[in-house]
Ligand binder design. Structure first.
Ligand code: GRF
Length: 187
């Protein structure tokens, strides 16, 4: 099957709130597969209930290259031309990234290039930043370092905690990602 950029596969590891918004707000693209490296991911059940094809296989203890190959084959079989990572907590190997080069997006909870990696809300508070936010970026071999295609900002108040900041940023993620994905598949 020739990959169609408007056909999107979403990769999740957990609750999948961004995945749900990508499905609900799908405009100009179609979600053809939701895949997870955690079979217990809550988002999988939600997707199944909406008639979306799902795939999961636990990645723990698996050979990285062989796992990436199986996941990649499943994505290819789905006909997806765009892959959206949404809380996918597994590092993808270089071969996988090359296989889907320029066709993968991720959402990250910081204003990249600030705070690549984990604990972004804590690091923002520790630094005393006045603003924080989220970024949608193209996935490349270097973690959280690909082209930023969209960002949304939130103000940080002196009363903010990690959880209040996370909630504020997540709200913006839910608006930003579907819009950014719609633009990305059309470019
Ligand atoms: C979000 O904060 C996203 O930015 C990060 O992982 C979290 C996923 O949350 N990459 P959810 O599974 O989409 O609810």
């Amino acid at each position: 099957m020739t990959p169609d950029p408007r056909k999107v596969a979403i990769l999740i590891s957990g609750r999948g709130s961004n995945m749900r918004e990508l499905v609900r707000q799908a405009d100009g693209y179609e979600v053809v597969l939701v895949a997870s490296n955690r079979p217990a991911a809550a988002g999988l059940i939600w997707a199944e209930q909406r008639g979306i094809t799902t795939w999961s296989e636990d990645s723990r203890g698996q050979d990285r290259a062989a796992y990436d190959q199986r996941l990649g084959d499943r994505l290819k079989e789905s006909g997806a031309g765009t892959i959206a990572l949404a809380g996918f907590m597994r590092i993808l190997g270089p071969e996988f990234i090359r296989r889907f080069a320029g066709r993968m997006l991720n959402i990250h909870p910081s204003l990249l290039p600030k705070y690549k990696g984990l604990d972004t809300h804590q690091r923002c508070l520790d630094a005393g930043d006045k603003e924080h936010g989220c970024s949608v970026h193209v996935v490349t071999e270097e973690l959280d370092a690909g082209e930023v295609v969209a960002q949304a900002r939130v103000d940080v108040s002196p009363l903010d905690t990690v959880s209040s900041l996370e909630a504020k940023v997540l709200e913006r993620e839910h608006e930003l990602y579907p819009q950014a994905l719609a633009r990305f598949v059309a470019r």
